[in-house]
Design a protein around this ligand. Structure first.
Ligand code: CAA
Length: 294
């Protein structure tokens, strides 16, 4: 059963792998017209091409008709350059890099410039929603009540979950609208309080880090670590391949936030992860991580 949302127009900020996936489910399943923003014209154009090929793949597999694919694509308007959100946008989802200062500046801008009725969502994996809400509410305290975490999983078209994370300041109405949007995107919704890593990354990140430590200590090869999880535990992919898929730079940023926020040494990133990111080996998106991606 499809869920109709109260949102009339969305803006997705950041056209990387998460922003692109969020645009896909928002346009195809929730049927909300949207603007997709990225400062880089080339990132934006590649996201639009990938969106089109994901929809064409759905058509060729008989999951949707050509006209449904065409309608979904026509709902997406790419916009490069500085972020300027149209005033009638009632849902914003931020999917920019996991860097606290970047997100805080963006939420200050959104809080100042968008009408109070619009919901300001963040796809953050680890950053405190309460901090982002405080940034949005700096000029007008009420503005903080419409900030909420709407956390999708990679690859967004495939993974059936959205974690919803209210800030301390978030209103019940914002929570209700965010849940409704998650369901309209055909996802199951779980709720977490605003605690470092929420549900998923509080558990996943230490596991990925332990796998990297096993590799770093020379206990086993990357292939044997991943095979252990795939065949011994029934995971769809091993932890090192998963870290490559998420992006090693993203894993490192998340672990740093978790380590700083919680003060718990279980979140301290392994030296190997730090060095790989220093080398520019970001995983699948850069062509090299624990594996090579031609
Ligand atoms: N984008 C879009 N679609 C993708 C994709 C991608 N990056 N990667 C794979 N797919 C699609 C394939 O095209 C294929 O689609 P069809 O049904 O049209 O054939 C489908 O997924 C299955 O792919 P494959 O047959 O190639 O491979 P698979 O069966 O092994 O599935 C997978 C691939 C879905 C990625 C699966 O391995 C999986 O579920 N892995 C675990 C992923 C996971 O744990 N994600 C969460 C990461 S944590 C996170 O995102 C949150 C965070 O904050 C860090």
């Amino acid at each position: 059963m499809s869920v109709i949302t109260s949102f009339k127009k969305a803006a997705i900020i950041g056209a990387g792998q998460m922003g692109l996936g969020i645009a896909y489910v928002t346009a195809l399943h929730a049927k909300i017209p949207l603007t997709l923003h990225d400062p880089s014209p080339s990132v934006l154009s590649s996201a639009h091409t990938k969106l089109s090929s994901l929809l064409n793949r759905d058509v060729s597999k008989g999951r949707i008709t050509q006209s449904v694919a065409d309608e979904a694509l026509s709902r997406v308007t790419p916009k490069s350059g500085q972020v300027e959100i149209e005033g009638d946008t009632d849902l914003v989802i931020e999917a920019i890099p996991e860097i606290p200062d970047l997100k805080i500046s963006l939420f200050e801008l959104l809080g100042r410039t968008l009408p109070l009725e619009s919901v300001l969502g963040s796809n953050t994996s680890s950053i405190s929603l309460t901090k982002l809400a405080a940034a949005a509410g700096r000029k007008d305290g009420k503005s903080a009540t419409r900030v909420i975490g709407i956390h999708f999983f990679n690859p967004v078209p495939q993974m059936r979950l959205v974690e919803i994370i209210p800030a301390l300041q978030t209103s019940q109405e914002t929570i209700h609208r965010a849940k409704e949007y998650g369901k309209a995107c055909k996802k199951e919704v779980t709720m977490s309080t605003d605690s470092p890593g929420f549900i998923a990354n509080a558990i996943l990140m230490p596991m990925l880090n332990e796998a990297i430590l096993v590799l770093e200590k020379g206990i086993a090869t990357a292939e044997d670590i991943d095979t252990t999880f795939k065949l011994g535990m029934g995971h769809p992919m091993g932890p090192l391949a998963l870290a490559d898929l998420i992006g090693l730079d993203t894993c490192l940023s998340i672990q740093r936030v978790l380590h700083t926020e919680s003060g718990d040494s279980k979140y301290r990133p392994s030296g190997l992860l730090v060095r790989m990111v220093d080398a520019g080996w970001y995983g699948k998106k850069s062509g090299k991580g624990f594996y090579e991606y031609p």
